[in-house]
Design a protein around this ligand. Sequence first.
Ligand code: GCB
Length: 605
Amino acid sequence: MKYLNILLLLFVVSTAVRAQSSLLQNPYSRDHISLNGPWHYIADPYENGYYNYRRKAFDEIGNKKGGYYDNLKQNNPMSLIEYDFDHAPTLDVPGDWNSQVEKLELYEGTVWYQRAFVVSPEKGKKYWLYFGAVNYEAHVYLNGKKLGTHKGGFTPFQFEVTDLLHEGDNFIVLKVDNARHQDEVPTVNTDWWNYGGVTRDVLLINTPDSYIQDYQLKLNPANNKEIRGFVKVEGEESEVKVAIPELKVDKAIAVDRNGYASFAIPVKKVVYWSPENPKLYEVQISSSNDMVLDKIGFRTITTEGTDILLNGKSVFLRGISMHEENPFLPGRLRGEGDIKMLFQWAKELNCNFIRLAHYPHDEKALKLADEMGLMVWAEIPVYWTISWENEATYKNAEAQLTDMIVRDKNRASIMIWSVGNETPVSEPRMKFMGGLADKVRSLDDSRLVAAALEVSQKEGEMVWTCDDPLVDKIDLVSFNEYAGWYWLTPSELSKIKFEFDIDKPVFISEFGAGALGGFHSEDRVRWSEEYQEDLYIKQIKLLTEIKQLRGVTPWILVDFRSPRRPHSVYQNFWNRKGLISNTGDKKKAFFILKDYYQKQEEAYK
Ligand code: GCB
């Protein structure tokens, strides 16, 4: 009997929560209203709004008077309601809470968000609540009803809400929890601030009842005179159309039983996307009653021996790593203007490539990279020591990887999917990371697969290499090395060399040194701009000796906040490896790298 009750309870709980629907491709091109702006919030470190005093979730016991998601109002002066969203302060969405409210700077735990909105839902349409990203775990309620939960702080999720919207007044309540846990992705230990909150846009999207759910257009990696792809529709449709007016493509394609229309369209004169000419074509995808517009670039990226070939031509990736953080807030980037600021700095540095570390950045960043001509390394937060043997952790990482690829697969700028950063070699980790690399290949054959691995010393010599067995499964010998900072000093760099005996392009995904902007020292002592400058000079010398080297993304464009960096004189909870300080000033090393990149640009013309 007891088991039956538990089973029944499980049934009630699971049917009460809606399944998340497959992500709508290109949400911004759909008819939508923005739910950005001020949301009321209540910080709830004890999760009072979720559990009763016996620590039972109100959700599960069906108690309608406890959960904050009921958003009760005190209409009667005698009633006892111990929260009140309408009089609670507000947080801006998008935005993390740490940078908006001083008291929440170091807070990790639950914050409730609430906002009201008015709609007039139209018959015959479907409605979707879309979240660009919420860090880390979100429980979502509309008009008091639970839509579901989502884990992962950097990927989008959505719920269909057609039959839950009211004519007129509606309200959304979110429970957002950014507590760190060992078995999550990322895990408890990182070198960045754990910014919590609704950090990206919230949209209420509507589509026709039968609608275009997803699509992809790309060059056939083996034939650059053919555009391949698919359109996926939901609902009764027998045909879809793909049009690229500038290429005179206008093709009707039959939809199969599963809603897929696959195509291979020959094209004659395509102008290929490249950093020098980031050509994007307007693409129209339409069904009998739906239409989505996009701007898509066409290019191939492959490797041949130690070369990386963009549209068949050898390139050198003049890159820089960056976090999704605005040093002036300081906090998560809050919009296109913020993203543009970072990308323009990268352009000033003569970059043609950016590493969006260590997690998927805002989808708007990828659109901007497409437009600005910056090639991209995109990554998931499989960082340092993940719980390699936990099946649920793997599933979580794989889901984040899949969502990133599904979201961004039409962005020509993305050249490389990275499955993780500095993960320690072991059998279980090999299985985990190898599984992720296989997953990428099963989802996308038009990009390279990589990971930021670690450097290794050859026995008894001052010779360094990367002997991580994961190299066999990926396309680059890509690794981080902190010679001159965590080991050796800049002046000792002349004693070492790098050697690689594998026929793949070598890519250095990180090197760097910390410098406090404005701190100068003729003796080039640690934390001075001169130390960092010297390290860049010596590193570049070392790099030029690696004949297989095809790119670098030094660490990092701008100083960023990190709880791992408490030194009160030099750090003050900032990682100081930025080439630009947290006040936006360029440090001396910026100009060393800029100069090197200018030369590399000439060399690869
Ligand atoms: C690394 C990590 C990066 C850190 C950096 C550092 O290897 O990949 O996330 O911030 O080193 O500054 O130590």
